[in-house]
Structure formats: structure tokens, C-alpha cells
Design a binder for this molecule. Structure first.
Ligand SMILES: [Cu+2]
Length: 211
């Protein structure tokens, strides 16, 4: 192969590599745009390098003013340090706590997590029905499908994230105390009957027993 031809070939090869690299970096802004809009639960979000981001925020409908509700989202940590979600706040509820639902011997218990949730460096934490969740205690109004409400997330690195959480119909288990009075059986699909436990906070009990 003549020298000039080799050089041209090499140039084309380098140009193709640069194009491929450019293609990769162009995907990142597109990913960030997706974050702004509604992202389906099936989408597996990827951390944005150097940033802590929140995706797939939503809440399930809750018919009772004064009752409880649950909000769910995915926390993504694109930094090289662990970051902890310390607390959440919203004017849609009298009190907002971080909870985790666990199965203890077949009984679903909601355990308050006063230390919040740690997101590993480069990793993610998924808040979803039947697991970790943002507990809305003492709703100031029912959560109706199609509505939305503000939610503030406070992280241990000083980051504060303000979200607008849409209320959407969701499959899966209701957080304990949500959607139904605690004196009865909570609707929770095939997972069985949910019972009140000592893991519940006093606030759970008080707001849960309202009609
Ligand atoms: Cu809860």
C-alpha cells in the first residue's frame, strides 16, 4: 500500500473513532432531558457523571385527606463519593418520613429510616412500592391521579432537590397506612393481609384510623 494511501486510511480510522466518541458524549444531554419529562418505570436510569440526580418520581393515588400516601423515585449518584438522602419535605402532608417496608416472617412492616438512604458512589437507590419509600403522613388533601405536588429532598452534601411529583396509578403494594384505614384490611393485591405492627409510628396510627 502506498504511503499516502496508508495515511488516508489512518485518518479515516481516527475520524471514525472521534465520531464514535462524540456520539457517546452527545447521549448525556439527551439523557438529562429525559429526566425532566416523565420516564417510564421500566427505563433503567444511569447516573450523570459528577451529579446527584433524581428520576422516576411519582406517587400513588390516596383518597383520604388526613390519611397517608407514598412517593417513589430513583436516586442516582454520579459522583465518586457516597451521598445520603437525609430527609424529605412537602406541603402536601403534615409530616414526611423516609421508610422501608420489609418482610419479617411473612408480615410486612414499615420501618422508619431516620438516617435516610445512602447512595453508593456511581450507584443508585430505587424507592418503590414494597421497599424504600417517602412516607406522606397526614395528607392535607387527597392525592388524585393526574395531580402533582412539590417534594423537597435534602442530601448530606448540602444538595437540595425540588421535585414536582405526579400522582399516577401504580401497581404493587401500598405502603402500610396508605389508602385505607388501619382498622381494616389494607388492599395489597396478592401479598396477603397487612397487619398493623409496632414498627408503625404514632403518627401512622393516628392518621391511619381516620375514616
Ligand atoms: Cu411508610
Amino acid at each position: 500500500m502506498p504511503a499516502i494511501s496508508r495515511i488516508v486510511t489512518r485518518f479515516v480510522a481516527i475520524a471514525l473513532i472521534l465520531l464514535a466518541v462524540a456520539g457517546c458524549t452527545m447521549l448525556k444531554p439527551a439523557g438529562m432531558e429525559m429526566m425532566e419529562s416523565a420516564v417510564s418505570v421500566e427505563t433503567a436510569p444511569v447516573p450523570v457523571p459528577g451529579e446527584v440526580t433524581v428520576e422516576v418520581a411519582r406517587a400513588r393515588p390516596a383518597p383520604l385527606e388526613g390519611g397517608n400516601g407514598g412517593a417513589f423515585l430513583t436516586l442516582l449518584n454520579g459522583t465518586d463519593q457516597p451521598v445520603r438522602l437525609l430527609s424529605a419535605a412537602s406541603d402536601v402532608a403534615a409530616n414526611v418520613e423516609l421508610h422501608e417496608t420489609v418482610n419479617e416472617g411473612g408480615v410486612m412492616k414499615m420501618i422508619p429510616q431516620p438516617d435516610g438512604f445512602e447512595i453508593p458512589a456511581g450507584g443508585s437507590v430505587v424507592l418503590q412500592p414494597g421497599g424504600k419509600h417517602v412516607m406522606l403522613l397526614g395528607l392535607v388533601k387527597p392525592l388524585v391521579e393526574g395531580d402533582s405536588f412539590p417534594l423537597t429532598l435534602n442530601f448530606d452534601n448540602g444538595l437540595v432537590v425540588e421535585l414536582t411529583v405526579p400522582v399516577v396509578a401504580m401497581t404493587g403494594m401500598a405502603p402500610m397506612g396508605a389508602d385505607a384505614p388501619m382498622t381494616g384490611t389494607v388492599e395489597m393485591g396478592s401479598a396477603g393481609e397487612m397487619t398493623a405492627t409496632d414498627a408503625m409510628t404514632a403518627t401512622d396510627m393516628m392518621t391511619g384510623t381516620q375514616p
